[in-house]
Design a protein around this ligand. Sequence first.
Ligand code: BMA
Length: 757
Amino acid sequence: MFQRYAFSVRDVLKDGDNVLKVSFLSPVLYASDQRRAHSAYRVPPDCPPDVQHGECHVNFIRKAQSSFSWDWGPSFPTMGLWRGVRLEAFDVLQLVLLSSVPLYSVSSSQWRVHVELHVDALQTTNGTISLSVPELESELIFQMQFLRGRTKKSFDLHINTSSEVKLWWPNGHGEQPSYLLTVGGFQDGFTILNTETKVYFRTVELVQEPVVGSPGLSFYFRINGKPIFLKGSNWIPAHSFQDRVTPDVLRDLLQSAVDANMNALRVWGGGVYEHDLFYSLCDEMGIMVWQDFMFACAMYPTDEDFLQTVREEVLHQVQRLKSHPSIIIWSGNNENEAALATNWFDIPESEKPTYLTDYVKLYVDNIRGIVQEEDQSRPFLVSSPTNGFESEQEGFVAKNPYDAHYGDTHFYTYTEDCLDWRTFPRTRFASEYGYQSWPSFSTLQPVSIEEDWSYNSPFFEHRQHHDSGNQQMLLQASLHFNLPNATDPHRRFTDTLYITQVMQAQCVKAQTEFYRRSRSEILEGKGGTMGALYWQLNDVWQAPSWSSIAFGGKWKMLHYFAQSFFSALLPVSFEDEGMLFIYAVSDLSHDLKLSAVVSVYDWSALDPVCTRRSESLLIPGGSAAAIFKQRVNPLLGGCGRCSRLTCLLAFHLEDSSGQRGPTNHHFLSSPKDAQGLQRPNITASVQEDKSLLTVTLHSSAVAPFVWLDVGNIPGRFSSNGFLMLSANTTVSFNAWRPTSAAELSKALAITSLADVY
Ligand code: BMA
């Protein structure tokens, strides 16, 4: 599944019809045969947990590890040819693969493009080759001999130092300019090679250096010399049947990432090396890709046959993908260092050395060796989570790969209060964290029937692949919200779907805001956080999962929240022992003089009770700092008859030109304890002006988590899941296929928190 195969059929083709016959083995039987043949010791896990309804021994076959089931996905162990078959014919020679990797030399202040041509020649061929980037007035012409058969040739095209090279930047930090590299080959006046490819110039460093006031090391990315906070999510396969991943599916998902102000995605190691188009789109959109190799949550065999296929896979994938500037790091596996270090599979202490040796052999000696030989333009990390250099010091498996002083962390907890920032790791880099939710009814409806439409139905049990997941969602939601109790069972059902999305959106928001405000602080040796990639962006089927975009592309409430909590300039609030803090977080490149404006609202009234403003403070670009600090009690005391139960806060940042960044809010108690919160009786009218569709809402009361749902009409609102603090508000609907005001109006359903109980 992870390799490309080419066979010469020169000697078997005959005149007339030719038949290509392909035979397949069952991947499930193959995996289990391989397991049986590996009798010396166990390579765990044998099977996935029962709740996943999956197949066993997927670690013995090189194929999408999640295709035998995962905690968010079904078991569809596909077999077949998934990236097409073609018969190719050529004269003289054929270009099999072209890669181009720009490299910058600090000592000579010069760019060069390292170009590799993989060529198949019918016979030994002499010719003239030209490489050029016309826009940068850089060219290289030379004589070349290609021997018969497949060969690889490497060249360095030095970029003219008098040409100005425009750099590729991540989304939010600049543009993504590209240049055309043309490759020509000529023999006796005839063209034998003629192709062009895009080249983007950027540098990337993963900085792991001593940190003042900390025993550990930093862990952050510098792009073109600038430290960049990575904001985004984790990417899983977009479909169980990869041939159904159309260009539109990829485009919509990646555009949705960019629209939510993301600049990074981690292509997680239990899925697939994505399609070429995925990476080309990431290049164009400025999405940085953390690329795992496809090994996840397991031990792996290291017998020679297995290693041989892995070596071919890694070589192929690195050669195929290394020209993409979007890929900023290669990473050896998902969670296998942690699995070994914290003994997920109950390996007896005496047998541990065998597994450690296998681990180093696979990821370090083989995979890392090949990657570093093939690609010097980006860093390689052995695992995620890992302590990076510190893990290497400890023999590649650290005692505690989750140590917040080093590297990246994955953090999950379902029982603790997800809004309590004290429970989050003050990590250098959060590469996974998240909470489940259910998709909306319109996503579930096409794959279910009426008897499935209750939270405790067998359908709901079956699609939940994470142990106790459905209960965990309700438990977490009940910490802060009243659970839906409508007497109409269908209403109670759809309200419950809604409340899981409210909970997920709030939980991930709280944690992401904590990571973002921790970027400039080192407390007790921890902090300096420079990445927040929540788990997970997308879905592989219609089921409960950690995703922010449901299968089919509909944004969950979390994805709308991400638009705000990933915005370049963000006000973040939290309380510490009765003290309210507001931080200004800036990912901008320039400094701003900002003040925080805090408005106190009564749950029972639409106008603010009072407003406080902080002194203005200089917030340097790329930093986070406390801008407002006041004890909650005096703040409320000075503000009419407000108490924690009757009031809430809304706040934003301002400079001399007015509001900058989104408005955020701070609940002073759990919304379930709010006094004065009323049913808002929201009414809506839909207007159409040319192709712009807008919805104007009218509310009679403060309404938290206002959710607009238009069923199966594909598209997204400009804002959704919001806190409505004024009587009227207007949002637009960006339709992904032609629709009308009448159709939208008919489908529109509005839910807010007080409507569900
Ligand atoms: C992580 C991931 C996945 C998994 C997710 C949710 O650790 O790497 O294996 O789907 O947690 O449990």
